[in-house]
Write a protein that binds this ligand. Structure first.
Ligand SMILES: Cc1cc2nc3c(=O)[nH]c(=O)nc-3n(C[C@H](O)[C@H](O)[C@H](O)COP(=O)(O)O)c2cc1C
Length: 390
Protein backbone atom coordinates (compact mmCIF):
# COMPACT_ATOMS: atom_id res chain seq x y z
CA UNK A 1 0.00 0.00 0.00
CA UNK A 2 1.77 3.13 -1.21
CA UNK A 3 0.99 6.59 0.01
CA UNK A 4 -0.56 8.61 -2.77
CA UNK A 5 -0.73 12.29 -1.80
CA UNK A 6 -3.28 12.97 -4.53
CA UNK A 7 -5.75 10.65 -2.86
CA UNK A 8 -5.35 12.47 0.45
CA UNK A 9 -7.69 15.42 0.25
CA UNK A 10 -7.82 16.64 3.83
CA UNK A 11 -6.42 16.15 7.32
CA UNK A 12 -9.17 13.67 8.15
CA UNK A 13 -7.88 11.43 5.30
CA UNK A 14 -4.42 11.46 6.90
CA UNK A 15 -5.99 10.65 10.27
CA UNK A 16 -7.69 7.62 8.71
CA UNK A 17 -4.40 6.41 7.16
CA UNK A 18 -2.70 6.84 10.55
CA UNK A 19 -5.50 4.89 12.24
CA UNK A 20 -5.00 1.98 9.88
CA UNK A 21 -1.21 1.86 10.16
CA UNK A 22 -0.72 2.32 13.93
CA UNK A 23 -1.55 -0.12 16.71
CA UNK A 24 -4.81 1.01 18.34
CA UNK A 25 -3.12 1.95 21.64
CA UNK A 26 -0.59 4.20 19.88
CA UNK A 27 -3.22 5.70 17.59
CA UNK A 28 -5.52 6.58 20.50
CA UNK A 29 -2.57 8.07 22.38
CA UNK A 30 -2.07 10.45 19.44
CA UNK A 31 -5.70 11.03 18.57
CA UNK A 32 -7.69 11.29 21.78
CA UNK A 33 -7.88 13.93 24.50
CA UNK A 34 -8.50 12.90 28.09
CA UNK A 35 -11.37 11.53 30.19
CA UNK A 36 -14.51 11.85 28.00
CA UNK A 37 -12.86 13.76 25.10
CA UNK A 38 -15.11 16.76 25.80
CA UNK A 39 -12.34 19.38 25.52
CA UNK A 40 -11.08 17.73 22.34
CA UNK A 41 -14.52 18.01 20.75
CA UNK A 42 -15.13 21.47 22.20
CA UNK A 43 -12.00 22.75 20.42
CA UNK A 44 -13.49 21.59 17.13
CA UNK A 45 -17.10 22.67 17.66
CA UNK A 46 -16.03 26.13 18.85
CA UNK A 47 -13.84 26.69 15.81
CA UNK A 48 -16.62 25.41 13.57
CA UNK A 49 -19.15 27.77 15.15
CA UNK A 50 -17.11 30.85 14.21
CA UNK A 51 -17.95 32.17 10.73
CA UNK A 52 -15.86 34.06 8.23
CA UNK A 53 -17.18 37.02 6.24
CA UNK A 54 -16.59 37.06 2.52
CA UNK A 55 -15.94 40.10 0.33
CA UNK A 56 -16.13 40.23 -3.47
CA UNK A 57 -14.60 41.97 -6.50
CA UNK A 58 -11.30 42.58 -4.74
CA UNK A 59 -8.86 41.11 -7.32
CA UNK A 60 -7.29 38.46 -5.13
CA UNK A 61 -5.33 36.86 -7.97
CA UNK A 62 -1.95 37.54 -6.32
CA UNK A 63 -2.69 36.34 -2.81
CA UNK A 64 0.00 34.64 -0.70
CA UNK A 65 0.39 33.19 2.80
CA UNK A 66 3.71 34.75 3.73
CA UNK A 67 3.90 35.94 7.26
CA UNK A 68 6.32 36.77 10.09
CA UNK A 69 7.21 35.42 13.49
CA UNK A 70 9.70 37.29 15.69
CA UNK A 71 10.30 39.66 12.77
CA UNK A 72 11.40 36.86 10.45
CA UNK A 73 9.63 35.67 7.35
CA UNK A 74 7.85 32.31 7.25
CA UNK A 75 5.91 30.86 4.33
CA UNK A 76 2.66 30.63 6.25
CA UNK A 77 1.66 31.45 9.84
CA UNK A 78 1.77 27.82 10.93
CA UNK A 79 4.22 26.03 13.23
CA UNK A 80 4.58 22.30 13.79
CA UNK A 81 4.18 21.96 17.55
CA UNK A 82 5.93 19.51 19.87
CA UNK A 83 4.37 16.04 19.93
CA UNK A 84 6.13 13.49 22.13
CA UNK A 85 5.30 10.32 20.15
CA UNK A 86 6.50 11.54 16.72
CA UNK A 87 9.47 9.16 16.80
CA UNK A 88 7.21 6.24 17.75
CA UNK A 89 4.69 6.67 14.94
CA UNK A 90 7.36 6.62 12.21
CA UNK A 91 11.03 5.66 12.14
CA UNK A 92 12.84 8.93 13.01
CA UNK A 93 9.46 10.67 12.91
CA UNK A 94 10.84 13.88 14.44
CA UNK A 95 13.29 14.17 11.58
CA UNK A 96 10.42 13.62 9.14
CA UNK A 97 8.50 16.50 10.77
CA UNK A 98 11.55 18.79 10.84
CA UNK A 99 12.24 18.16 7.15
CA UNK A 100 8.60 18.68 6.19
CA UNK A 101 8.54 21.99 8.10
CA UNK A 102 11.78 23.07 6.45
CA UNK A 103 10.42 22.23 3.00
CA UNK A 104 7.25 24.18 3.75
CA UNK A 105 9.25 27.14 5.10
CA UNK A 106 7.79 27.12 8.61
CA UNK A 107 9.23 26.46 12.11
CA UNK A 108 9.29 23.05 13.79
CA UNK A 109 9.29 22.48 17.55
CA UNK A 110 11.04 19.36 18.84
CA UNK A 111 9.45 17.70 21.89
CA UNK A 112 11.72 17.00 24.84
CA UNK A 113 10.47 13.41 24.92
CA UNK A 114 11.85 12.72 21.45
CA UNK A 115 13.90 9.72 20.39
CA UNK A 116 16.41 11.31 18.04
CA UNK A 117 19.12 13.54 19.42
CA UNK A 118 18.43 17.25 19.23
CA UNK A 119 21.80 17.80 17.53
CA UNK A 120 20.89 15.38 14.73
CA UNK A 121 17.48 17.02 14.25
CA UNK A 122 19.13 20.44 13.93
CA UNK A 123 21.82 19.19 11.52
CA UNK A 124 19.69 16.99 9.30
CA UNK A 125 16.31 18.70 9.61
CA UNK A 126 17.49 22.22 8.78
CA UNK A 127 15.23 25.26 8.77
CA UNK A 128 13.86 27.10 11.79
CA UNK A 129 13.79 24.93 14.87
CA UNK A 130 12.53 25.44 18.39
CA UNK A 131 13.12 23.17 21.38
CA UNK A 132 10.32 22.33 23.77
CA UNK A 133 10.94 21.78 27.45
CA UNK A 134 8.85 20.03 30.06
CA UNK A 135 9.96 20.47 33.63
CA UNK A 136 10.10 17.09 35.35
CA UNK A 137 9.89 16.18 39.00
CA UNK A 138 13.66 16.66 39.09
CA UNK A 139 13.77 20.31 38.09
CA UNK A 140 17.52 20.66 38.00
CA UNK A 141 17.88 17.61 35.74
CA UNK A 142 15.25 19.02 33.35
CA UNK A 143 17.24 22.21 33.07
CA UNK A 144 20.25 20.34 31.72
CA UNK A 145 18.52 20.35 28.33
CA UNK A 146 18.60 24.17 28.20
CA UNK A 147 22.34 24.80 27.57
CA UNK A 148 22.40 21.74 25.33
CA UNK A 149 19.56 23.15 23.19
CA UNK A 150 21.37 26.49 23.07
CA UNK A 151 24.62 24.85 21.93
CA UNK A 152 22.76 22.76 19.36
CA UNK A 153 21.42 25.99 17.78
CA UNK A 154 17.68 26.11 18.53
CA UNK A 155 16.25 29.54 17.86
CA UNK A 156 13.59 29.40 20.57
CA UNK A 157 12.68 27.51 23.70
CA UNK A 158 9.06 26.56 24.32
CA UNK A 159 8.37 25.99 27.98
CA UNK A 160 5.14 24.05 28.44
CA UNK A 161 3.46 25.00 31.72
CA UNK A 162 0.06 23.30 31.53
CA UNK A 163 1.21 19.78 32.29
CA UNK A 164 2.15 19.81 35.94
CA UNK A 165 0.07 16.73 36.83
CA UNK A 166 -0.32 13.49 34.84
CA UNK A 167 -3.15 13.58 32.27
CA UNK A 168 -6.22 11.49 33.02
CA UNK A 169 -6.25 9.30 29.92
CA UNK A 170 -8.24 6.25 30.91
CA UNK A 171 -8.01 4.78 27.39
CA UNK A 172 -4.21 4.53 27.76
CA UNK A 173 -4.69 2.45 30.89
CA UNK A 174 -7.23 0.22 29.16
CA UNK A 175 -5.04 -0.13 26.03
CA UNK A 176 -1.92 -0.82 28.11
CA UNK A 177 -0.09 2.08 26.42
CA UNK A 178 3.02 3.43 28.10
CA UNK A 179 5.98 5.52 26.96
CA UNK A 180 8.61 4.97 25.77
CA UNK A 181 6.68 2.31 23.84
CA UNK A 182 7.08 -1.20 25.23
CA UNK A 183 5.76 -4.42 23.77
CA UNK A 184 4.02 -6.30 26.55
CA UNK A 185 1.51 -9.17 26.86
CA UNK A 186 -1.20 -6.46 27.11
CA UNK A 187 -0.48 -4.93 23.69
CA UNK A 188 1.16 -7.79 21.76
CA UNK A 189 -2.00 -8.67 19.80
CA UNK A 190 -2.52 -5.01 18.87
CA UNK A 191 1.10 -4.71 17.70
CA UNK A 192 1.13 -7.98 15.72
CA UNK A 193 -2.02 -7.00 13.85
CA UNK A 194 -0.33 -3.80 12.60
CA UNK A 195 2.64 -5.22 10.65
CA UNK A 196 3.36 -2.04 8.69
CA UNK A 197 4.12 -0.25 11.97
CA UNK A 198 5.80 -3.29 13.53
CA UNK A 199 8.24 -3.82 10.64
CA UNK A 200 8.47 -0.26 9.31
CA UNK A 201 9.00 1.43 12.67
CA UNK A 202 9.58 -0.81 15.71
CA UNK A 203 11.81 -3.39 13.97
CA UNK A 204 13.74 -0.70 12.16
CA UNK A 205 14.77 0.80 15.49
CA UNK A 206 15.67 -2.62 16.86
CA UNK A 207 17.75 -3.41 13.77
CA UNK A 208 19.49 -0.02 13.84
CA UNK A 209 20.00 0.32 17.59
CA UNK A 210 19.29 -3.02 19.21
CA UNK A 211 16.27 -1.72 21.16
CA UNK A 212 13.00 0.19 20.88
CA UNK A 213 13.38 3.99 20.92
CA UNK A 214 14.33 5.72 24.16
CA UNK A 215 14.26 9.32 25.32
CA UNK A 216 17.60 10.80 24.34
CA UNK A 217 17.19 14.51 25.01
CA UNK A 218 16.28 14.44 28.66
CA UNK A 219 18.13 13.20 31.65
CA UNK A 220 15.99 10.55 33.35
CA UNK A 221 16.98 7.75 35.71
CA UNK A 222 17.58 4.39 33.99
CA UNK A 223 15.29 1.40 34.55
CA UNK A 224 12.19 3.09 35.97
CA UNK A 225 8.98 1.05 35.62
CA UNK A 226 6.37 2.46 33.20
CA UNK A 227 4.18 3.86 36.00
CA UNK A 228 7.06 5.41 37.97
CA UNK A 229 8.36 6.95 34.74
CA UNK A 230 4.95 8.52 34.04
CA UNK A 231 4.86 9.99 37.54
CA UNK A 232 8.45 11.10 37.27
CA UNK A 233 7.95 12.83 33.95
CA UNK A 234 4.47 14.23 34.07
CA UNK A 235 4.37 15.75 37.48
CA UNK A 236 5.68 19.04 38.61
CA UNK A 237 3.00 20.87 40.50
CA UNK A 238 5.53 23.06 42.31
CA UNK A 239 6.36 24.99 39.13
CA UNK A 240 6.00 28.74 39.72
CA UNK A 241 6.73 32.19 38.28
CA UNK A 242 10.18 32.34 39.89
CA UNK A 243 11.07 29.25 37.92
CA UNK A 244 10.01 30.96 34.71
CA UNK A 245 12.23 33.91 35.67
CA UNK A 246 15.12 31.50 36.16
CA UNK A 247 14.61 30.05 32.71
CA UNK A 248 14.40 33.55 31.25
CA UNK A 249 17.82 34.25 32.76
CA UNK A 250 19.26 30.99 31.42
CA UNK A 251 17.92 31.22 27.86
CA UNK A 252 19.13 34.14 25.72
CA UNK A 253 17.10 33.36 22.57
CA UNK A 254 13.34 33.62 22.09
CA UNK A 255 11.35 32.25 25.02
CA UNK A 256 7.81 30.97 24.44
CA UNK A 257 5.44 29.96 27.24
CA UNK A 258 2.94 27.32 26.11
CA UNK A 259 -0.36 26.53 27.77
CA UNK A 260 -1.53 30.02 28.82
CA UNK A 261 -5.33 30.25 29.07
CA UNK A 262 -5.92 33.30 31.29
CA UNK A 263 -5.29 36.99 30.50
CA UNK A 264 -3.62 37.62 33.89
CA UNK A 265 -1.17 34.77 33.26
CA UNK A 266 -0.47 36.19 29.80
CA UNK A 267 0.30 39.57 31.42
CA UNK A 268 2.69 37.89 33.88
CA UNK A 269 4.52 36.15 31.02
CA UNK A 270 4.99 39.56 29.46
CA UNK A 271 6.29 40.94 32.78
CA UNK A 272 8.82 38.10 33.11
CA UNK A 273 10.12 38.90 29.63
CA UNK A 274 8.78 36.02 27.54
CA UNK A 275 8.80 36.71 23.81
CA UNK A 276 5.63 34.78 23.03
CA UNK A 277 2.80 32.84 24.60
CA UNK A 278 0.91 29.90 23.17
CA UNK A 279 -2.77 30.08 24.04
CA UNK A 280 -3.39 26.35 24.29
CA UNK A 281 -5.33 23.67 26.12
CA UNK A 282 -2.78 21.12 24.90
CA UNK A 283 -5.10 19.84 22.18
CA UNK A 284 -7.76 18.99 24.78
CA UNK A 285 -5.38 16.74 26.71
CA UNK A 286 -4.52 18.73 29.86
CA UNK A 287 -8.07 19.07 31.27
CA UNK A 288 -11.31 17.73 29.88
CA UNK A 289 -13.16 20.72 31.38
CA UNK A 290 -11.00 23.28 29.57
CA UNK A 291 -12.32 26.18 27.56
CA UNK A 292 -11.27 26.08 23.92
CA UNK A 293 -8.17 28.17 23.31
CA UNK A 294 -10.07 30.10 20.64
CA UNK A 295 -12.65 30.99 23.37
CA UNK A 296 -10.01 32.84 25.41
CA UNK A 297 -7.81 34.15 22.60
CA UNK A 298 -9.69 37.50 22.19
CA UNK A 299 -9.49 38.44 25.89
CA UNK A 300 -5.83 37.45 26.07
CA UNK A 301 -5.08 39.53 22.98
CA UNK A 302 -6.92 42.51 24.54
CA UNK A 303 -4.74 42.14 27.66
CA UNK A 304 -1.32 41.92 25.98
CA UNK A 305 -1.91 43.71 22.68
CA UNK A 306 1.14 43.69 20.41
CA UNK A 307 3.65 43.66 23.27
CA UNK A 308 4.25 39.92 22.98
CA UNK A 309 3.72 37.46 20.12
CA UNK A 310 0.54 35.46 20.53
CA UNK A 311 0.37 31.95 19.09
CA UNK A 312 -2.70 29.76 19.40
CA UNK A 313 -3.33 26.03 19.08
CA UNK A 314 -5.75 23.19 19.82
CA UNK A 315 -8.19 21.82 17.29
CA UNK A 316 -6.95 23.48 14.07
CA UNK A 317 -7.62 21.10 11.17
CA UNK A 318 -8.58 23.37 8.24
CA UNK A 319 -7.06 26.42 6.58
CA UNK A 320 -10.23 28.32 7.51
CA UNK A 321 -9.60 27.49 11.21
CA UNK A 322 -6.17 29.10 10.88
CA UNK A 323 -7.69 32.24 9.39
CA UNK A 324 -10.14 32.42 12.33
CA UNK A 325 -7.21 32.25 14.76
CA UNK A 326 -5.44 35.09 12.94
CA UNK A 327 -8.58 37.22 12.78
CA UNK A 328 -9.02 36.86 16.55
CA UNK A 329 -5.51 38.14 17.24
CA UNK A 330 -3.00 35.30 16.81
CA UNK A 331 0.27 35.87 14.99
CA UNK A 332 0.51 32.18 14.11
CA UNK A 333 -1.11 28.82 14.77
CA UNK A 334 0.55 25.67 16.10
CA UNK A 335 -0.67 22.37 14.75
CA UNK A 336 -0.10 19.12 16.60
CA UNK A 337 -2.20 16.25 15.34
CA UNK A 338 -2.53 17.37 11.70
CA UNK A 339 1.16 16.75 10.94
CA UNK A 340 1.44 13.90 13.46
CA UNK A 341 -1.25 12.01 11.49
CA UNK A 342 0.69 12.83 8.33
CA UNK A 343 3.96 11.51 9.80
CA UNK A 344 2.19 8.37 11.08
CA UNK A 345 0.72 7.78 7.62
CA UNK A 346 3.81 8.39 5.49
CA UNK A 347 6.69 10.07 7.36
CA UNK A 348 8.04 13.26 5.80
CA UNK A 349 5.78 12.98 2.74
CA UNK A 350 2.68 12.61 4.89
CA UNK A 351 3.62 15.51 7.16
CA UNK A 352 4.40 17.67 4.15
CA UNK A 353 1.07 16.72 2.58
CA UNK A 354 -0.68 17.98 5.74
CA UNK A 355 1.08 21.34 5.42
CA UNK A 356 0.38 21.54 1.70
CA UNK A 357 -3.33 20.88 2.28
CA UNK A 358 -3.52 23.56 4.99
CA UNK A 359 -1.73 26.12 2.81
CA UNK A 360 -4.02 25.45 -0.15
CA UNK A 361 -7.07 25.73 2.10
CA UNK A 362 -5.79 29.04 3.49
CA UNK A 363 -5.22 30.40 -0.01
CA UNK A 364 -8.63 29.27 -1.22
CA UNK A 365 -10.41 30.78 1.78
CA UNK A 366 -8.47 34.04 1.40
CA UNK A 367 -9.87 34.24 -2.14
CA UNK A 368 -13.41 33.93 -0.81
CA UNK A 369 -12.72 36.53 1.88
CA UNK A 370 -11.30 39.03 -0.61
CA UNK A 371 -7.83 38.94 1.00
CA UNK A 372 -4.47 39.00 -0.75
CA UNK A 373 -2.22 39.45 2.29
CA UNK A 374 -2.67 37.93 5.74
CA UNK A 375 -1.57 41.23 7.31
CA UNK A 376 -5.00 42.60 6.36
CA UNK A 377 -7.02 40.06 8.33
CA UNK A 378 -8.82 41.52 11.33
CA UNK A 379 -11.60 40.99 13.87
CA UNK A 380 -14.07 42.28 11.28
CA UNK A 381 -13.55 39.14 9.22
CA UNK A 382 -15.09 36.83 11.82
CA UNK A 383 -18.56 36.57 13.27
CA UNK A 384 -18.83 34.84 16.64
CA UNK A 385 -21.88 32.68 17.44
CA UNK A 386 -23.28 35.27 19.88
CA UNK A 387 -23.13 37.87 17.10
CA UNK A 388 -25.31 36.12 14.54
CA UNK A 389 -27.82 36.68 13.07
CA UNK A 390 -26.22 40.05 12.33
C1 LIG B 1 0.08 12.92 20.94
C2 LIG B 1 0.42 14.31 21.38
C3 LIG B 1 1.62 14.55 22.05
C4 LIG B 1 1.92 15.84 22.47
N1 LIG B 1 3.12 16.06 23.11
C5 LIG B 1 3.40 17.31 23.55
C6 LIG B 1 4.62 17.59 24.21
O1 LIG B 1 5.47 16.72 24.38
N2 LIG B 1 4.80 18.86 24.66
C7 LIG B 1 3.89 19.85 24.47
O2 LIG B 1 4.10 20.98 24.89
N3 LIG B 1 2.75 19.61 23.80
C8 LIG B 1 2.48 18.38 23.34
N4 LIG B 1 1.33 18.15 22.68
C9 LIG B 1 0.42 19.27 22.42
C10 LIG B 1 0.75 19.91 21.09
O3 LIG B 1 1.99 20.56 21.11
C11 LIG B 1 -0.32 20.94 20.72
O4 LIG B 1 -0.47 21.85 21.78
C12 LIG B 1 -1.65 20.30 20.40
O5 LIG B 1 -1.48 19.07 19.77
C13 LIG B 1 -2.47 21.21 19.52
O6 LIG B 1 -3.71 20.67 19.25
P1 LIG B 1 -4.05 19.87 17.91
O7 LIG B 1 -3.44 18.53 18.05
O8 LIG B 1 -5.53 19.81 17.93
O9 LIG B 1 -3.48 20.64 16.75
C14 LIG B 1 1.02 16.88 22.23
C15 LIG B 1 -0.17 16.62 21.53
C16 LIG B 1 -0.46 15.36 21.09
C17 LIG B 1 -1.72 15.12 20.32
Amino acid sequence: MFFNPEKVLNIEDLRELARRRLPKGLFEFCDRGSEDDIALQHNRTTLQSIKLRSRVLNNTSSRHTQSEIFGERINMPVIIGPTGPAGFVWYRGELALAKAANKAGIPFALASTSNTSMERIINEGGGKQWFHLYIWRDMEASLEAVPRAKAAGFEALILTVDSTVPYNREFDVRNGTSFPVRITPRNIFDVLTHPRWLFGTAFRYVLAEGHLPKYVNINIPENLSASSLKNFLFKNDSLNWDFLKKIREMWPNKLIVKGVMHPSDAAKCLEVGADAIVVSNHGGIASDAALASIDVLPEIKREVGDRISVIVDSGFRRGSDILKGLALGADAVIIGRATLYGAAAAGENGAYRALDILQKEILRTMGVMGLTNLKDISRGHVVMPHEYPL
